[in-house]
Design a protein. Structure first.
Length: 50
């Protein structure tokens, strides 16, 4: 039971990490495309706050 629970926790954590990382990438790329190169730094900061 402990082994199953640990496996579930690891699987959930990995999925959460992948989901968060993908969301961060989508956020940053979308804001870069919308704002262009000029406001790239501001968009990156807003992405890190999410």
């Amino acid at each position: 039971l402990v082994c199953w629970f640990a496996g579930l926790l690891v699987c959930w954590f990995a999925g959460l990490l992948v989901c968060w990382f993908a969301g961060l990438l989508v956020c940053c790329f979308r804001s870069l495309f919308e704002l262009g190169g000029g406001s790239g730094e501001k968009s990156m900061v807003s992405c890190q706050n999410v």
